[in-house]
Design a protein around this ligand. Sequence first.
Ligand SMILES: Cc1ncc(COP(=O)(O)O)c(C=O)c1O
Length: 399
Amino acid sequence: MLYADRTNVVTNSPTLAISAKAKALKAEGVDVISFSAGQPDFPTPDHIKAAGIAAIEENATGYTASSGTPALRKAIAEWMTGQIGVEYSQKNIMVSTGAKFSLTAAILATIDRGAEVIFTAPYWVSYPDMVRLADGTPVIAKTTAKDGYKITPEQLEAHISPKTRMLLLNSPSNPTGAVYNRNEIVALAEILRKYPDIWILSDEIYSKLIYGGAEHFSIAAVSKEIADRTIVVNGVSKTYAMTGWRIGWMAGPEELVSLAGKIQSHTTSCPSSISQEATLKALTSPDGFLDEMRQAYRRRRDLFVELLRDVPGIVPYVPEGAFYLFCEIGDIIGKTREDGGKISSCMDFADYLLDEARVAAVPGGAFGLGGHIRFSFATSDDDIKRGVARIAEAVGKLS
Ligand SMILES: Cc1ncc(COP(=O)(O)O)c(C=O)c1O
Protein backbone atom coordinates (compact mmCIF):
# COMPACT_ATOMS: atom_id res chain seq x y z
CA MET A 1 0.00 0.00 0.00
CA LEU A 2 1.10 3.59 -0.59
CA TYR A 3 1.13 6.28 2.05
CA ALA A 4 1.08 10.03 1.67
CA ASP A 5 4.41 11.85 1.79
CA ARG A 6 3.14 13.97 4.63
CA THR A 7 3.26 10.99 6.97
CA ASN A 8 7.05 11.19 6.63
CA VAL A 9 7.26 14.79 7.76
CA VAL A 10 5.55 14.26 11.09
CA THR A 11 7.47 12.79 13.98
CA ASN A 12 6.22 10.75 16.93
CA SER A 13 5.83 13.12 19.87
CA PRO A 14 8.89 12.35 22.03
CA THR A 15 7.11 13.59 25.15
CA LEU A 16 4.40 11.02 24.59
CA ALA A 17 7.04 8.31 24.12
CA ILE A 18 8.57 8.99 27.54
CA SER A 19 5.23 9.13 29.35
CA ALA A 20 4.22 5.87 27.60
CA LYS A 21 7.37 4.15 28.87
CA ALA A 22 6.77 5.53 32.38
CA LYS A 23 3.13 4.39 32.25
CA ALA A 24 4.16 0.88 31.19
CA LEU A 25 6.55 0.67 34.17
CA LYS A 26 3.81 1.93 36.50
CA ALA A 27 1.43 -0.71 35.13
CA GLU A 28 4.03 -3.31 36.14
CA GLY A 29 3.80 -1.96 39.68
CA VAL A 30 7.06 0.05 39.60
CA ASP A 31 6.94 3.25 41.71
CA VAL A 32 7.72 5.80 39.00
CA ILE A 33 7.65 9.51 39.85
CA SER A 34 6.52 11.44 36.80
CA PHE A 35 7.86 14.90 36.07
CA SER A 36 6.85 14.57 32.43
CA ALA A 37 3.22 15.66 32.61
CA GLY A 38 2.02 18.55 30.47
CA GLN A 39 -1.18 19.00 32.40
CA PRO A 40 -2.40 20.24 35.78
CA ASP A 41 -2.66 17.59 38.50
CA PHE A 42 -5.81 19.30 39.82
CA PRO A 43 -9.26 17.99 38.89
CA THR A 44 -11.62 20.22 36.90
CA PRO A 45 -13.44 22.42 39.49
CA ASP A 46 -16.83 21.04 40.57
CA HIS A 47 -19.02 23.84 39.22
CA ILE A 48 -17.51 23.33 35.74
CA LYS A 49 -18.03 19.58 35.91
CA ALA A 50 -21.63 20.19 36.98
CA ALA A 51 -22.20 22.37 33.90
CA GLY A 52 -20.97 19.53 31.69
CA ILE A 53 -23.31 17.06 33.39
CA ALA A 54 -26.22 19.50 33.07
CA ALA A 55 -25.45 19.93 29.36
CA ILE A 56 -25.85 16.18 28.85
CA GLU A 57 -29.03 16.04 30.92
CA GLU A 58 -30.50 18.97 29.04
CA ASN A 59 -29.67 17.33 25.71
CA ALA A 60 -27.12 19.88 24.56
CA THR A 61 -25.63 16.94 22.74
CA GLY A 62 -25.94 17.77 19.05
CA TYR A 63 -23.62 19.57 16.65
CA THR A 64 -23.18 23.26 17.38
CA ALA A 65 -22.30 26.05 14.97
CA SER A 66 -18.93 25.12 13.52
CA SER A 67 -16.95 27.93 15.13
CA GLY A 68 -18.67 27.47 18.49
CA THR A 69 -21.96 28.49 20.10
CA PRO A 70 -22.72 32.22 19.87
CA ALA A 71 -22.93 32.41 23.69
CA LEU A 72 -19.49 30.90 24.13
CA ARG A 73 -17.86 32.99 21.38
CA LYS A 74 -19.26 36.09 23.04
CA ALA A 75 -18.02 35.00 26.47
CA ILE A 76 -14.56 34.24 25.03
CA ALA A 77 -14.43 37.64 23.30
CA GLU A 78 -15.13 39.32 26.65
CA TRP A 79 -12.66 37.09 28.52
CA MET A 80 -9.96 37.85 25.95
CA THR A 81 -10.60 41.58 26.08
CA GLY A 82 -10.34 41.42 29.88
CA GLN A 83 -7.19 39.34 29.69
CA ILE A 84 -5.12 41.23 27.09
CA GLY A 85 -6.91 44.55 26.62
CA VAL A 86 -7.71 44.09 22.91
CA GLU A 87 -11.31 44.61 21.73
CA TYR A 88 -12.81 41.45 20.27
CA SER A 89 -16.33 40.53 19.22
CA GLN A 90 -17.84 37.13 18.51
CA LYS A 91 -16.72 37.29 14.87
CA ASN A 92 -13.09 37.46 15.97
CA ILE A 93 -13.36 34.15 17.84
CA MET A 94 -13.23 30.53 16.71
CA VAL A 95 -13.69 27.84 19.37
CA SER A 96 -11.82 24.63 18.58
CA THR A 97 -11.01 21.16 19.80
CA GLY A 98 -8.19 22.25 22.10
CA ALA A 99 -5.84 25.15 21.50
CA LYS A 100 -3.92 22.67 19.38
CA PHE A 101 -6.49 22.73 16.61
CA SER A 102 -6.66 26.52 16.63
CA LEU A 103 -2.88 26.61 16.13
CA THR A 104 -3.17 24.07 13.34
CA ALA A 105 -6.06 25.86 11.63
CA ALA A 106 -4.28 29.24 11.89
CA ILE A 107 -1.21 27.74 10.21
CA LEU A 108 -3.26 25.94 7.54
CA ALA A 109 -5.07 29.18 6.77
CA THR A 110 -1.90 31.23 6.27
CA ILE A 111 1.02 29.01 5.25
CA ASP A 112 1.65 27.91 1.66
CA ARG A 113 4.27 25.49 0.38
CA GLY A 114 7.71 26.78 1.30
CA ALA A 115 6.47 29.71 3.40
CA GLU A 116 8.68 30.18 6.44
CA VAL A 117 7.55 30.24 10.05
CA ILE A 118 10.00 31.56 12.63
CA PHE A 119 9.99 30.28 16.20
CA THR A 120 12.55 29.69 18.92
CA ALA A 121 14.24 26.56 20.15
CA PRO A 122 13.37 25.36 22.66
CA TYR A 123 9.88 25.15 21.18
CA TRP A 124 6.69 23.37 22.09
CA VAL A 125 7.00 19.92 20.52
CA SER A 126 4.14 20.24 18.03
CA TYR A 127 5.17 23.48 16.28
CA PRO A 128 7.58 22.01 13.70
CA ASP A 129 5.15 19.26 12.74
CA MET A 130 2.21 21.65 12.46
CA VAL A 131 4.22 23.84 10.09
CA ARG A 132 5.48 20.90 8.03
CA LEU A 133 1.98 19.43 7.73
CA ALA A 134 1.01 22.71 6.06
CA ASP A 135 4.00 22.29 3.68
CA GLY A 136 5.67 25.25 5.40
CA THR A 137 9.29 25.49 6.52
CA PRO A 138 10.19 25.91 10.19
CA VAL A 139 12.95 28.49 10.72
CA ILE A 140 14.33 27.99 14.18
CA ALA A 141 16.08 30.65 16.25
CA LYS A 142 18.17 28.97 18.94
CA THR A 143 18.02 30.70 22.30
CA THR A 144 20.11 30.36 25.44
CA ALA A 145 19.61 30.63 29.19
CA LYS A 146 21.56 33.92 29.04
CA ASP A 147 18.75 35.47 26.96
CA GLY A 148 16.09 33.82 29.12
CA TYR A 149 15.40 31.50 26.15
CA LYS A 150 13.72 34.43 24.38
CA ILE A 151 14.24 35.61 20.82
CA THR A 152 15.90 39.05 20.66
CA PRO A 153 14.87 41.71 18.11
CA GLU A 154 18.25 41.32 16.36
CA GLN A 155 17.80 37.58 16.15
CA LEU A 156 14.29 37.98 14.80
CA GLU A 157 15.44 40.32 12.07
CA ALA A 158 18.33 38.04 11.17
CA HIS A 159 15.91 35.16 10.61
CA ILE A 160 13.49 37.09 8.41
CA SER A 161 13.71 36.34 4.67
CA PRO A 162 11.50 37.16 1.67
CA LYS A 163 9.75 33.83 2.37
CA THR A 164 8.87 34.60 5.99
CA ARG A 165 5.11 34.41 6.49
CA MET A 166 4.75 34.06 10.26
CA LEU A 167 6.37 34.55 13.66
CA LEU A 168 5.15 32.04 16.22
CA LEU A 169 5.52 33.26 19.80
CA ASN A 170 4.81 31.35 23.00
CA SER A 171 4.69 33.27 26.28
CA PRO A 172 4.66 31.94 28.96
CA SER A 173 6.67 29.24 27.27
CA ASN A 174 6.53 25.50 27.30
CA PRO A 175 9.20 24.16 27.99
CA THR A 176 11.03 27.05 29.73
CA GLY A 177 8.35 29.01 31.59
CA ALA A 178 9.96 32.19 30.23
CA VAL A 179 7.64 35.21 30.04
CA TYR A 180 8.35 38.06 27.60
CA ASN A 181 7.93 41.39 29.36
CA ARG A 182 6.24 44.41 27.82
CA ASN A 183 9.50 46.00 26.60
CA GLU A 184 10.67 42.80 24.96
CA ILE A 185 7.34 42.38 23.15
CA VAL A 186 7.30 46.01 22.01
CA ALA A 187 10.85 45.65 20.67
CA LEU A 188 9.83 42.60 18.61
CA ALA A 189 6.77 44.47 17.32
CA GLU A 190 9.05 47.35 16.26
CA ILE A 191 10.92 44.96 13.95
CA LEU A 192 7.69 43.47 12.64
CA ARG A 193 6.36 46.91 11.74
CA LYS A 194 8.93 46.94 8.96
CA TYR A 195 7.51 43.69 7.54
CA PRO A 196 3.74 44.20 7.26
CA ASP A 197 3.07 40.86 5.52
CA ILE A 198 4.26 38.70 8.40
CA TRP A 199 1.54 37.10 10.51
CA ILE A 200 2.01 36.72 14.25
CA LEU A 201 0.66 33.62 15.93
CA SER A 202 0.79 34.09 19.69
CA ASP A 203 0.28 30.96 21.78
CA GLU A 204 -0.78 32.25 25.20
CA ILE A 205 -2.19 29.03 26.65
CA TYR A 206 -0.34 29.58 29.98
CA SER A 207 -1.25 33.28 30.27
CA LYS A 208 -2.99 32.90 33.62
CA LEU A 209 -0.24 30.79 35.15
CA ILE A 210 2.26 33.50 36.05
CA TYR A 211 4.16 33.86 39.31
CA GLY A 212 5.78 36.64 41.24
CA GLY A 213 6.08 40.06 39.69
CA ALA A 214 5.81 39.03 36.02
CA GLU A 215 2.83 40.19 33.93
CA HIS A 216 1.35 38.70 30.82
CA PHE A 217 1.57 41.09 27.90
CA SER A 218 0.20 40.04 24.53
CA ILE A 219 1.80 41.29 21.32
CA ALA A 220 -1.74 41.94 20.04
CA ALA A 221 -1.96 44.73 22.65
CA VAL A 222 0.95 46.71 21.15
CA SER A 223 -1.08 48.54 18.48
CA LYS A 224 -4.06 48.15 16.16
CA GLU A 225 -1.71 47.55 13.21
CA ILE A 226 -0.14 44.61 15.05
CA ALA A 227 -3.49 43.29 16.39
CA ASP A 228 -4.82 43.22 12.82
CA ARG A 229 -2.25 40.58 11.90
CA THR A 230 -2.03 38.69 15.17
CA ILE A 231 -3.85 35.47 15.98
CA VAL A 232 -3.92 34.88 19.72
CA VAL A 233 -4.51 31.32 20.88
CA ASN A 234 -5.70 30.38 24.34
CA GLY A 235 -7.95 27.79 25.99
CA VAL A 236 -9.18 26.18 29.17
CA SER A 237 -6.85 23.16 29.29
CA LYS A 238 -4.19 24.55 31.59
CA THR A 239 -5.97 27.44 33.32
CA TYR A 240 -9.07 25.55 34.37
CA ALA A 241 -7.55 22.07 34.60
CA MET A 242 -9.65 20.89 31.64
CA THR A 243 -7.19 19.17 29.29
CA GLY A 244 -9.51 16.27 28.49
CA TRP A 245 -12.47 18.50 27.64
CA ARG A 246 -10.56 19.69 24.56
CA ILE A 247 -11.57 23.32 24.26
CA GLY A 248 -9.33 26.09 22.95
CA TRP A 249 -9.81 29.09 20.71
CA MET A 250 -8.26 31.67 18.45
CA ALA A 251 -8.90 35.42 18.57
CA GLY A 252 -7.92 37.36 15.49
CA PRO A 253 -8.93 39.37 12.46
CA GLU A 254 -12.40 38.49 11.22
CA GLU A 255 -11.40 37.29 7.75
CA LEU A 256 -8.70 34.98 9.03
CA VAL A 257 -11.01 33.58 11.71
CA SER A 258 -13.70 32.93 9.14
CA LEU A 259 -11.22 31.11 6.84
CA ALA A 260 -9.97 29.00 9.75
CA GLY A 261 -13.65 28.30 10.53
CA LYS A 262 -14.09 26.91 7.01
CA ILE A 263 -11.18 24.53 7.61
CA GLN A 264 -12.65 23.48 10.94
CA SER A 265 -16.11 22.90 9.47
CA HIS A 266 -14.68 20.33 7.03
CA THR A 267 -12.37 18.60 9.50
CA THR A 268 -13.71 18.41 13.05
CA SER A 269 -17.17 19.99 12.36
CA CYS A 270 -17.27 21.69 15.75
CA PRO A 271 -15.84 21.25 19.23
CA SER A 272 -17.79 19.09 21.69
CA SER A 273 -21.16 20.65 22.58
CA ILE A 274 -20.88 19.42 26.17
CA SER A 275 -17.40 20.83 26.65
CA GLN A 276 -18.52 24.15 25.21
CA GLU A 277 -21.23 24.42 27.89
CA ALA A 278 -18.71 23.57 30.60
CA THR A 279 -16.31 26.18 29.20
CA LEU A 280 -19.04 28.81 29.20
CA LYS A 281 -19.47 28.13 32.92
CA ALA A 282 -15.71 28.28 33.51
CA LEU A 283 -15.34 31.66 31.82
CA THR A 284 -18.37 33.30 33.38
CA SER A 285 -17.96 32.18 37.03
CA PRO A 286 -15.73 33.67 39.77
CA ASP A 287 -12.30 32.07 39.50
CA GLY A 288 -10.91 32.34 43.01
CA PHE A 289 -9.65 28.75 42.73
CA LEU A 290 -7.12 30.00 40.19
CA ASP A 291 -5.27 31.80 42.95
CA GLU A 292 -5.03 28.58 44.92
CA MET A 293 -3.66 26.74 41.89
CA ARG A 294 -1.17 29.52 41.19
CA GLN A 295 -0.01 29.51 44.79
CA ALA A 296 0.47 25.75 44.70
CA TYR A 297 2.48 25.93 41.45
CA ARG A 298 4.62 28.72 42.82
CA ARG A 299 5.34 26.85 46.04
CA ARG A 300 6.26 23.74 44.07
CA ARG A 301 8.49 25.72 41.71
CA ASP A 302 10.38 27.24 44.63
CA LEU A 303 10.70 23.88 46.35
CA PHE A 304 11.98 22.17 43.18
CA VAL A 305 14.52 24.92 42.45
CA GLU A 306 15.73 24.91 46.07
CA LEU A 307 16.18 21.13 46.17
CA LEU A 308 17.97 21.06 42.80
CA ARG A 309 20.61 23.43 44.18
CA ASP A 310 22.13 20.38 45.88
CA VAL A 311 22.31 18.36 42.66
CA PRO A 312 25.55 19.15 40.84
CA GLY A 313 25.23 19.43 37.07
CA ILE A 314 21.52 20.29 36.89
CA VAL A 315 21.01 24.04 36.56
CA PRO A 316 17.37 25.17 36.38
CA TYR A 317 16.11 28.32 34.65
CA VAL A 318 13.71 29.84 37.17
CA PRO A 319 10.40 30.14 35.28
CA GLU A 320 8.01 33.05 35.68
CA GLY A 321 5.08 31.13 34.24
CA ALA A 322 3.66 27.72 33.22
CA PHE A 323 4.68 24.69 35.31
CA TYR A 324 7.98 23.49 33.88
CA LEU A 325 11.61 23.67 34.99
CA PHE A 326 13.97 23.70 32.04
CA CYS A 327 17.45 22.74 33.24
CA GLU A 328 20.90 22.84 31.68
CA ILE A 329 22.72 19.53 32.07
CA GLY A 330 25.86 20.21 30.01
CA ASP A 331 28.13 19.03 32.86
CA ILE A 332 26.38 15.67 33.04
CA ILE A 333 26.73 14.87 29.35
CA GLY A 334 29.88 12.80 28.85
CA LYS A 335 29.66 11.06 32.24
CA THR A 336 29.58 7.29 32.67
CA ARG A 337 26.94 5.11 34.32
CA GLU A 338 27.89 2.42 36.86
CA ASP A 339 27.12 -0.21 34.21
CA GLY A 340 29.70 1.40 31.91
CA GLY A 341 27.17 3.09 29.59
CA LYS A 342 27.90 6.65 28.49
CA ILE A 343 25.53 9.58 28.93
CA SER A 344 26.13 11.08 25.49
CA SER A 345 22.94 13.11 25.15
CA CYS A 346 20.01 14.50 27.09
CA MET A 347 17.96 11.55 25.79
CA ASP A 348 20.47 9.17 27.44
CA PHE A 349 20.11 11.14 30.65
CA ALA A 350 16.30 10.93 30.56
CA ASP A 351 16.59 7.18 29.97
CA TYR A 352 19.08 6.90 32.82
CA LEU A 353 16.74 8.76 35.19
CA LEU A 354 13.91 6.40 34.30
CA ASP A 355 16.11 3.28 34.65
CA GLU A 356 18.07 4.26 37.74
CA ALA A 357 15.90 6.77 39.65
CA ARG A 358 12.48 5.72 38.39
CA VAL A 359 11.87 9.37 37.53
CA ALA A 360 10.28 10.40 34.22
CA ALA A 361 11.39 13.68 32.62
CA VAL A 362 11.58 14.98 29.06
CA PRO A 363 14.93 15.53 27.30
CA GLY A 364 15.58 18.99 25.84
CA GLY A 365 16.10 17.45 22.39
CA ALA A 366 12.33 16.92 22.23
CA PHE A 367 12.05 20.71 22.26
CA GLY A 368 14.85 21.22 19.77
CA LEU A 369 17.55 22.11 22.31
CA GLY A 370 19.89 19.36 23.49
CA GLY A 371 21.89 19.57 26.71
CA HIS A 372 18.74 20.21 28.73
CA ILE A 373 16.01 18.35 30.57
CA ARG A 374 12.46 19.44 31.43
CA PHE A 375 10.80 18.63 34.73
CA SER A 376 7.10 19.40 35.14
CA PHE A 377 6.09 20.56 38.61
CA ALA A 378 2.40 19.93 38.07
CA THR A 379 2.72 17.28 40.75
CA SER A 380 2.66 17.01 44.55
CA ASP A 381 5.23 18.50 46.93
CA ASP A 382 5.87 15.01 48.22
CA ASP A 383 6.68 13.68 44.74
CA ILE A 384 9.01 16.63 44.20
CA LYS A 385 10.89 15.86 47.43
CA ARG A 386 11.13 12.12 46.76
CA GLY A 387 11.88 12.62 43.07
CA VAL A 388 14.72 15.10 43.55
CA ALA A 389 16.26 12.87 46.26
CA ARG A 390 16.26 10.00 43.76
CA ILE A 391 17.70 12.20 41.01
CA ALA A 392 20.48 13.35 43.37
CA GLU A 393 21.34 9.77 44.23
CA ALA A 394 21.38 8.70 40.57
CA VAL A 395 23.52 11.67 39.54
CA GLY A 396 25.90 10.88 42.45
CA LYS A 397 26.54 7.46 40.91
CA LEU A 398 27.80 8.91 37.62
CA SER A 399 31.54 9.27 37.13
C1 LIG B 1 2.54 25.68 24.50
C2 LIG B 1 1.29 24.88 24.32
N1 LIG B 1 0.41 25.27 23.39
C3 LIG B 1 -0.72 24.58 23.19
C4 LIG B 1 -1.01 23.44 23.91
C5 LIG B 1 -2.28 22.69 23.57
O1 LIG B 1 -3.29 22.85 24.47
P1 LIG B 1 -4.72 22.16 24.25
O2 LIG B 1 -4.85 21.11 25.30
O3 LIG B 1 -5.71 23.26 24.48
O4 LIG B 1 -4.79 21.61 22.87
C6 LIG B 1 -0.11 22.99 24.88
C7 LIG B 1 -0.37 21.74 25.62
O5 LIG B 1 0.51 21.10 26.14
C8 LIG B 1 1.07 23.74 25.11
O6 LIG B 1 1.96 23.37 26.04
